[in-house]
Design a protein around this ligand. Structure first.
Ligand code: SR1
Ligand code: MG
Length: 418
């Protein structure tokens, strides 16, 4: 719109000084505020602004994909989707999100809590840091946000009213539809992999009918199954952590989609980290303890999520799906509970499939992960990526044979050892 202009460090001071509550929160003379641009994601500007009274984060969307440049325009309204997703999630898990202070839709800009001393989880995981509360926090985040925005909890009219605007997040959904579910399985201009050692494997994926059918089946679920408000990009770069605190950030890809997409995205990044750890191993530290910790987290996230989701479903099912009155007798109650467990099993299979798709796209598609990219030796990196792609293919094509997180762990360990 005509009011939009991307801010730089100099432009941010007068802009923020014009917002009385923000000016007070920062404190002191705006000329003395310390401003740094810290965005290291693929799309946006992110500034940390510090004044005498405190610090804040300012995030502003750019009208193009930062990773690629202004040849790839991208709508600014993604800031609207991010703000509204954060606002909805904050109704359910405020303690697992940054606090929100200000939103300017014309500028595609929001002001949020500066999370400090938090770091991006992916960086902590590359360094081999353990986060004892993380799995519990993420299980709670997933269970609460997915259950409470679904037809199990929200009356149909309310859910539809909330969902309607998110149907407009088409540009960001299209990025996922192309980059996650389609491009890695065809010749595409944006595809890249970082060593010629992977040329053969990339060609195999392009010729792999079973993997392509699986990816398209998952894409169809992504396109059609409006189960809940999903974060839409819940990788380990979208989580900020300390040893005791975890916050999910950055839901600009949010829309009403299949629940397994978020859970799968998160678990995929743990498996990528697992194989990448092999590439970061040294003679003094083979990283086996940390690799094992990563797989324990996968089990804890799924198990914690499943337990909490079932608790919520049993205690807070106020939506129009599976109305409690229909199952008031003993037989009905038993049948409903059996169905709840079957639903979790179906959700687990979705999760495994989406995890596979998310792993493939981070190795053969446009946007990669630092866990693997920071392995300097191309032969070692290719070896780790090859292992990750083998597991990803099994997740895609054989997702029905994985019945619980222990199966995932076993499959990852088997491939790592081979
Ligand atoms: C063009 S955007 C590439 C990727 O960055 C974001 O984090 C999403 O994962 C998207 O697919
Ligand atoms: Mg992001």
């Amino acid at each position: 719109g005509p009011d939009y202009r991307p801010l730089d460090e100099a432009g941010l001071r007068p802009y923020l000084a014009g917002l009385p509550a923000i000016r007070d929160a920062l404190g002191g003379d705006p000329a003395g505020w310390h401003v740094t641009e810290v965005g290291d994601g693929n799309l946006n500007l992110v500034f940390i602004v510090r004044g005498s009274a405190g610090g804040l984060v300012v995030k502003q969307a750019l009208p193009y994909v930062r990773l690629v440049g202004d040849s790839w325009p991208l709508p600014l309204d993604r800031a609207w989707f991010e703000w509204h997703a954060l606002s909805e999630q904050a109704r359910h898990v405020p303690h697992l999100l940054p606090k929100l202070h200000h939103f300017d839709p014309a500028m595609a800009l929001m002001v949020m809590e500066w999370l400090t001393p938090h770091i991006i989880l992916r960086k902590g995981m590359i360094a081999g840091t353990r986060y004892p509360r993380l799995a519990g926090h993420m299980a709670e985040f997933l269970a609460q946000t997915l259950f409470k925005t679904s037809d199990l909890h929200a009356p149909a009219a309310e859910k539809k009213a909330k969902m309607a605007p998110f149907c407009g997040n088409t540009a960001l959904c299209k990025i996922t539809e192309d980059l996650v579910f389609t491009d890695p399985y065809r010749i595409a201009k944006l595809n890249r992999w970082t060593t010629p050692q992977l040329d053969g494997l990339a060609a195999q994926f392009r010729a792999d009918a079973a993997a392509k059918v699986a990816a398209q089946e998952l894409k169809w679920a992504f396109l059609t199954r409006a189960e809940a408000l999903v974060h839409g990009d819940l990788h380990t770069g979208s989580i900020m952590v300390t040893e005791t605190d975890s916050r999910a950030i950055d839901p600009e890809f949010a829309f009403y989609g299949p629940m397994g997409f978020d859970i799968g995205a998160l678990l995929a990044n743990f498996f990528l980290a697992y194989f990448a750890q092999g590439g970061h191993a040294t003679p003094a530290d083979d990283r086996s303890d940390y690799r094992s910790w990563l797989l324990v987290q996968v089990e804890a996230i799924w198990s914690g999520f499943e337990k909490r989701f079932l608790e919520l479903w049993r205690a807070e099912a106020r939506g129009d799906a599976f109305e409690a009155g229909l199952f008031a007798d003993a037989d009905g109650a038993l049948a409903l509970d059996a169905h709840r467990k079957a639903t979790m099993a179906r959700l687990f299979r979705d999760t495994v499939g989406f995890a596979g798709a998310k792993m493939v796209r981070r190795i053969l598609g446009l946007a990669h992960v630092a866990d693997l990219e920071t392995i300097a030796d191309p032969d070692r990196r290719a070896a780790c990526e090859t292992q990750a792609l083998r597991l990803a293919r099994a997740f895609l094509v054989e997702r029905d044979r994985f019945t619980g997180p222990a199966d995932l762990r076993h499959a990852a360990e088997t491939i790592y050892r081979e």
